[in-house]
Design a protein around this ligand. Structure first.
Ligand code: ATP
Length: 351
């Protein structure tokens, strides 16, 4: 395991600047996620870390080593791709052995290490099978084994689960985390799937337009987003525009609501435009008497363990509200309902 450090990385592809002076430190043994909208630069950053792309400016360090100019295999990093990138005409064992043969490892040792890698991904005894006889999930395990067999210090994963069905994705989340932790690897993982990131990451970076906008553990990114972009990107949220008043009181088109700054350092200047982020699960539907925020239920989706309501407010805007373990199923209609939310669940953000 090794610390990974990106120092002022800029990457330009002709006119396009994919990364703008990105700096990042990933601790040794950490499973770190890169997240962000399409085209924000997360794959380019991963590829710069992997050695598949050379930064236009800036350096990449693995521990104390400056690896900026080193090819992938000399970085002691291994990459796992969404497409698996396996050779279909070879056996499982041959696919896994390939990297060791290239490194001129002795035949007997190769056999031993292939078995060891197969055991790590729980595919003992599959070495002689053809790749085309393996399911999608098994193929992804083979591609993990192929990465692990070279005993890397860093494991770099580019949307490794995107081609799997929902059930397998869930299983593999836990598997990949186990593999990274058991082998003391430093893992860097790119995904579009926020649930994958929230459930697996030690820490994550949210990127926007070639820059890192926030870094932190999942619960911090979820509960204390630094901007409406981050709040909207990680999890579902209701965003309400308003104007800051005294003591974090915000005047919105529908009510005055007391909020809590997303980041401690943010102090809304009186009269400045702000936005409030309220998670659907933070809102309780209550009797409307004496409640600042009221509306009418215009839609509901019952999902067994939760129910999702769409509530229209007085100004015509809508809010999403979810209730866990719903005991009362409310119907859409003209009746007013109150929406209650604690000030600590109303995140105050810069607009
Ligand atoms: P996605 O989630 O859609 O894969 P991403 O966040 O991984 O997106 P990148 O693939 O890193 O984004 O791309 C960042 C920007 O750099 C995009 O504008 C993309 O079009 C551009 N880009 C990436 N690779 C190249 C390339 N080889 N040549 C030219 N432009 C590129």
């Amino acid at each position: 395991m090794e610390e990974i450090r990106a120092d002022g990385i800029t990457k330009r592809f002709g006119e396009v600047t994919a990364l703008k002076n990105v700096s990042l430190k990933i601790a040794s043994g950490e499973l770190f996620f890169l997240l962000g909208g399409s085209g924000c630069g997360k794959t380019t950053l991963l590829r710069c870390i992997a050695g598949l792309e050379t930064p236009t400016e800036g350096r990449v360090f693995f521990g104390d080593r400056d690896v900026t100019e080193l090819p992938t295999h000399k970085r002691e990093a291994a990459m796992v791709f969404q497409s698996y990138a396996l050779w279909p005409h070879m056996t499982v064992g041959q696919n896994i052995a390939f990297g060791l043969e290239e490194r001129k490892v002795e035949k007997k040792e190769i056999k031993r290490r292939v078995e060891e890698a197969l055991a790590m991904v729980k595919l003992e005894g599959y070495a002689k099978r053809g790749i085309d006889q393996m399911s999608g999930g098994q193929q992804q395990r083979v591609s993990l084994a192929r990465a692990l067999v070279v005993r890397p210090k860093c494991l770099l994963l580019d949307e490794p689960l995107s081609n799997l069905d929902a059930q397998l994705r869930l299983e593999m989340r836990a598997e990949i985390r186990r593999i990274v932790k058991e082998n003391n690897l430093t893992g860097v993982y790119v995904t579009h799937d926020q649930a994958e990131a929230l459930s697996m990451a030690d820490r994550m970076a949210v990127m926007d337009a070639g820059e890192i906008v926030q870094v932190g553990p999942p619960e911090e990114i979820y509960r204390q987003p630094c901007s409406s972009y981050v709040a909207g990107f990680i999890g579902e949220t209701n965003l309400i525009k308003g104007t800051a008043g005294e003591g974090n009181l915000v005047e919105t088109a529908v009510a005055s609501l007391r909020g809590t700054p997303g980041v401690e350092s943010f102090q809304a200047v009186n009269g400045s435009p702000v936005v409030l982020s309220i998670r659907p699960e933070a809102i309780d539907i209550v009797n409307p008497a004496g409640v600042a925020l009221t509306g009418k239920i215009i839609d509901r989706i019952y999902l067994g363990s939760i129910i999702q309501y769409t509530v229209e407010l007085a100004d015509g805007s809508v809010m999403q509200v979810t209730e866990q373990n719903p005991k009362i199923i409310r119907s859409p209609g003209e009746e007013l309902v109150g929406l209650q939310v604690a000030p600590e669940d109303v995140t105050l953000l810069e607009r």
